[in-house]
Design a protein around this ligand. Structure first.
Ligand SMILES: Cc1cc2nc3c(=O)[nH]c(=O)nc-3n(C[C@H](O)[C@H](O)[C@H](O)COP(=O)(O)OP(=O)(O)OC[C@H]3O[C@@H](n4cnc5c(N)ncnc54)[C@H](O)[C@@H]3O)c2cc1C
Length: 421
């Protein structure tokens, strides 16, 4: 146990004794200092639930709600498309969080939330969960595109059935066919992720379906992350296979005929992968929740605690928050720990850590056995009140290598274990 968590534990145990003498203040079983509900059991929510229990010595009651019994990780999911991994290898249930840390897990769809002094969530089952503090970690939702039916044209940008659908369509594609994918305007989940997918699909088609082509239609003015690595991959490693086009806006999709209409013309595909523009998960963007500014897509929060700047006692972490930090699972795990620490301090009347730091890493497979990486560190800037990148501590791999490919699995295993085990 580190110094911070030991200090929290002692203070919370003191608070728990005090509160136990005043039963009216208790909302859960005797000895419980407070109750927190966490919505979303992905990288952000599962980490927050685990560390709230761990660092409070079990004195904070935590209920984790997710629509599914297990979370399929987007991280490494592009390796499912080319058959390198099975989706089961990257799917995690919540048993360890319950057994080891005492997190209460509820499977259910949260339909709405109430904020203010006593936050609560309302499930579609009719169940209502009340708490002192609410953490929302629902990840992303997608804009509607005319004609797009994702049961026919998958995005595969939330792992699970969508990943399997795209994998099956690629496996059934004829040699000499065309894979067309679209990339939404930034910010979107995982800046290098779409370019990584283009590389892995090109590699797969090159090996198994000769003569096939990959067309990448990017809404952005250029490659968003690891420009040198992906430019080299598209123009050298996959020369003659990948065509990359910037500034392409998707206008509509014909899902039955797998074609996409854009501001630069119509593209017909053997397999079409449309990744729509993104925004915070719907429980955050619901106008009744009051968590989003007019016209906004992500929730404004105080990066010291991830508390909404619009609704007290409601915290938003992971892809749904709007601090400008990248939308990655690694940094979602770091944000969750900053948030958990701030809540434990709040329960004992302390202010949040005034100088939090977070970091992010993304490994990108470029071929079936080489990978590159990208990392960034962020520190709180008290002048602007924002998280700012620390350039000296950030960087990317000079070139994709086999070593990086192997290190990718160690990095992912550590992140998976820190989040779900
Ligand atoms: C192809 C790809 C590759 C990636 N590679 C990397 C990488 O190398 N490194 C990296 O750090 N990141 C990577 N990412 C990004 C990473 O997956 C996301 O940033 C991360 O999953 C965000 O975590 P989150 O907890 O905010 O959301 P999620 O992981 O999406 O979790 C949200 C959870 O909330 C639940 N939920 C949502 N709404 C409700 C509701 N109303 N009621 C109940 N439950 C609800 C969902 O079921 C889900 O389990 C990648 C993403 C993709 C698509």
């Amino acid at each position: 146990m580190n110094a911070i968590s030991r200090r929290h534990l002692l203070k919370l145990m003191g608070a728990s004794t005090l509160l136990a003498a005043t039963p009216g203040l208790l909302r859960a079983q005797t000895g419980t200092v407070a109750r927190v509900v966490v919505v979303g059991g992905g990288f952000a929510g599962a980490t927050a639930a685990k560390y709230l229990r761990l660092w409070s010595g079990g004195s904070v009651a935590v209920t984790l709600v997710d629509a599914n019994l297990a979370h399929a990780s987007c991280i490494l999911s592009n390796l499912v498309l080319n058959g390198s991994l099975d989706l089961r290898n990257i799917t995690f249930d919540y048993t360890a969080l319950g057994n080891r840390y005492g997190v209460d897990f509820v499977q259910g769809q949260v339909e709405s939330i109430g904020g203010g002094g006593n936050p609560y969530v309302q499930l579609s089952s009719g169940q209502r969960l009340d708490c002192e503090r609410l953490i929302l970690a629902p990840g992303i939702d997608f804009d509607t595109i005319p004609g797009l039916d994702s049961t026919k044209v998958p995005h595969a940008w939330q792992a699970g059935p969508q990943t399997m659908l795209l994998k099956e369509q690629l496996a059934a594609m004829r040699a000499g066919g065309t894979f067309v994918m679209t990339i939404p305007p930034a910010p979107y989940r995982c800046p290098p992720g779409p370019y990584e997918r283009a590389c892995l699909v090109a590699d797969y088609l090159k090996r198994t379906k000769p003569g096939s082509k990959v067309i990448v239609l990017d809404a952005n003015p250029g490659i968003v992350a690891e420009v040198n690595t992906f430019t080299k991959a598209f123009t050298q490693t996959y020369a003659g296979i990948v065509t990359y086009m910037p500034n392409v806006t998707v206008l509509s999709v014909d899902s039955d005929h797998r074609s996409v209409m854009t501001n630069q013309g119509q593209f017909n595909a053997s397999v079409l992968n449309v990744i729509p523009p993104q925004k915070a998960g719907s429980i955050v963007t619901d106008p009744d929740a009051g968590l989003i500014l007019s016209g906004g897509r992500w929730a404004p929060v105080n990066p010291l605690s991830y508390e909404s700047t619009l609704v007290q006692r409601v915290h938003i972490i992971g892809d749904a928050q709007g601090t400008g930090q990248p939308k990655s699972g690694h940094i979602a795990n770091a944000e969750a720990k900053v948030c958990a620490d701030a809540l434990l301090r709040a329960f004992t009347g302390e202010s949040p850590d005034p100088a939090p730091m977070t970091n992010s890493a993304c490994y990108s497979p470029i071929t079936a056995n080489t990978a590159s990486w990208l990392t960034a560190v962020f520190a709180y800037d008290p002048v602007s009140g924002t998280m700012k990148a620390v350039p000296a501590s950030s960087g990317e791999a000079p070139a994709p290598t086999q070593d990086h490919f192997e290190q990718m699995f160690d990095w992912a295993d550590n992140l998976f274990a820190d989040t779900f085990a």
